[in-house]
Design a protein around this ligand. Structure first.
Ligand code: SF4
Length: 352
């Protein structure tokens, strides 16, 4: 077993214990929610701060980000929004690599996070020492890493990609006959390889949320909703991807739900996205793809446990205490900035 696989198994255990702890905790009352929201609004003004939230955070966090002039989006747009916004402080509601990316892109801004414990199984499953050895063993290959990695791993990379531009970058490299390493998500990497024919050497990492979607469960659900289109994020296993009517990043899934004629959708990604899906297509019905099944090890029910750590209590507390600041060593930051800027320029170019 590699260190990365061992780490992934530890992560699964942590996820289980976190979910047990979380299910034992108390839900907020409406009155408490109102108090917290008012406090957060006040503090955002005092700190000249704006919330940059991911689609997978709770509906309360997403609604607050929207109503206070912040953004709710995928990691690519979060990076762009944080870089371009005039606020002096970014409060990143997401997971740690998103805070690090914001800090690297805007070193002059303060970047706070509701919790510093919110990590990601892809990031944790790609430790820099092991990744360096992997890259050193294949010096003839370019290094492409997913945004879901530490600053140190990005600093080692030639390219950083998000799921929204993964295919475009892979196509570009394939056209230029450049073989490359892909890390850390093996499912997304395999999907990219099949779609582009690129020469890819995969790192063995996975998202603990998407990996639990079950093809059999999706097939069974299709019997219940025969008219439904299946929307799948490519971090899902290959057999689930094969059942998809549409495969794409979170933003692409939201756009597809708006454009496709179907009135019902089976969705294989974190169910935090339902807030935006429902907003984008209020007349349509969204059903989460099943995660339980034979051999299921995760009880996440398509809900990232680390994203769920971003709640109103922790958001209010970080603004009260003015702590949980994200810092990235300058030497790492400088090297990671290159592939991050490359990603943003590449994304801007393909959109023009
Ligand atoms: Fe990482 Fe998966 Fe959670 Fe996204 S949903 S932050 S990829 S563990």
């Amino acid at each position: 077993m590699t260190i990365a696989q061992e780490k992934l198994n530890q992560i699964r255990e942590q996820v289980k214990s976190y979910l047990d702890h979380r299910s034992a905790s108390r839900a907020l009352t409406a009155a408490r929610q109102e108090v917290l929201e008012a406090r957060i609004r006040r503090k955002l003004k005092e700190h000249d701060a704006v919330i940059v939230a991911h689609y997978y955070t709770s509906p309360e966090i997403q609604a607050l980000a929207e109503s206070t002039g912040g953004c709710v989006s995928d990691s690519l747009e979060m990076a762009r929004f944080g870089r371009d916004h005039l606020a002096r402080t970014l409060v990143v509601a997401g997971v740690r690599f998103m805070g690090e990316t914001a800090k690297i892109l805007t070193p002059g801004k303060r970047v706070l996070m509701p919790t510093l414990e919110a990590t990601c199984s892809l990031d944790d499953g790609c430790p820099i020492e092991e990744f360096n050895r992997f890259c050193d063993a294949h010096p003839e290959r370019e290094v492409v890493v997913y945004a879901n990695t530490s600053a140190a791993v990005k600093a080692r990379a030639d390219w950083v990609v998000t799921s929204s531009i993964a295919l475009d970058v892979a196509e570009y490299l394939a056209e230029h006959d450049k073989p490359f390493i892909w890390a850390p998500d093996k499912h997304l990497g395999e999907y990219v390889r099949r779609q582009t024919g690129a020469d890819i050497l995969l790192w063995d990492g996975a998202c603990v949320v998407h990996e639990e979607f079950k093809a059999m469960g999706v097939r069974n659900l299709k019997h219940v909703y025969p008219e439904a289109a299946v929307l799948v994020h490519p971090e899902s296993p290959q057999d689930v991807i094969e059942l998809a009517d549409y495969i794409g990043s979170t933003t692409q899934i939201i756009n597809a739900a708006q454009k496709l004629p179907n009135m019902t959708f089976i969705v294989a990604t974190d169910q935090g996205i339902f807030y935006k899906l429902q907003q984008a297509a209020p007349e349509k019905k969204f059903v989460i793809a099943p995660t339980a099944g034979h051999g299921a090890t995760c009880r996440s029910c398509a809900n990232c446990p680390w994203m769920a750590m971003n709640d109103l209590e922790s958001l209010a507390t970080v603004l009260d205490r003015d702590d949980n600041e994200i810092l990235v060593a300058e030497s790492v930051s400088k090297r990671a900035l290159r592939p991050l800027n490359r990603m943003l320029s590449f994304a801007a170019e393909i959109r023009t």
